[in-house]
Design a protein around this ligand. Structure first.
Ligand code: HEC
Ligand code: HEC
Length: 175
């Protein structure tokens, strides 16, 4: 059901999504993200992920993201040092297409951001982490909206994520 939700979100966010190119591994990373320990991840985020992602956020909205930092993505996790993702501090996404469409119909700005997320943020982050981006056509991929956002049902209750089926063994807690 995880994949189904991702599919719905992608379709809702961006009607005519072209097939994403297979994400090339980060060229200069000496160590794959999945093999890094917490300190190495911290350094890679700071040296690579932060500047590269800030570039696209600023290109999307220079005013809103002029002061973008770790907290923009990590919220309180940037303060307590856990950097745990997904975080409750960015807006949780509705877990059905119906709820999602109702939301973006009322809030066009959220719809615009969702398009930016699926066209730019998700592919870049997949590339930088060396993870395949979820592809609704083949129902495969490791990285999706839910790596950053929590999902909530109609009552605003957080829906527990299920591990991606079909993805290669990749334990987010093993570090
Ligand atoms: C564009 C969003 C974004 C920004 C900005 C960002 N991060 Fe991250 N960070 C992520 C995501 C997504 C993950 C989880 C990746 C995964 O799925 O394994 C993560 C994971 C981490 C982890 C690993 C956490 C763990 O469980 O081991 C650390 C440490 C970290 N970030 C530090 C930072 C620092 C320090 C900064 C600022 C210099 C930063 N991040 C900025 C998105 C971001
Ligand atoms: C790398 C982390 C990351 C990924 C992946 C990601 N997002 Fe986001 N998203 C964010 C951050 C950070 C914000 C908050 C930006 C801000 O504060 O302005 C955000 C904000 C949003 C918003 C605006 C919410 C509001 O308050 O109006 C929407 C909608 C959204 N994301 C949808 C999506 C969708 C749909 C996907 C998957 C296609 C996705 N996001 C993938 C990090 C991410």
């Amino acid at each position: 059901m995880n994949h189904r939700i991702a599919l719905l979100l992608v379709l809702a966010a961006c009607g005519s999504k072209s097939t994403p190119a297979a994400a090339p591994a980060a060229p200069t990373a000496p160590l794959a993200w999945k093999d890094m320990n917490h300190e190495q991840r911290h350094a890679y985020m700071k040296d690579v992920v932060m500047p590269r992602s800030k570039e696209i956020f600023v290109a999307f909205d220079a005013t809103r993201y002029a002061n973008m930092d770790c907290k923009t993505c990590h919220g309180a996790g940037a303060d307590d040092g856990s950097f745990e993702m997904p975080t409750a501090d960015i807006k949780p996404l509705p877990n059905t297409e119906e709820l999602f469409m109702a939301w973006v119909a009322k809030d066009p700005d959220a719809g615009k951001v969702a398009g930016f997320m699926s066209e730019k943020v998700e592919p870049l982050m997949g590339e930088l982490l060396g993870e395949t981006v979820f592809d609704p056509k083949t129902n495969t991929g490791e990285f999706s909206c839910m790596n950053c956002h929590q999902l909530v049902d109609a009552d605003g209750k957080v829906v527990k994520m299920e591990p991606h089926e079909g993805a290669e063994a990749h334990d987010h807690d093993a570090h």
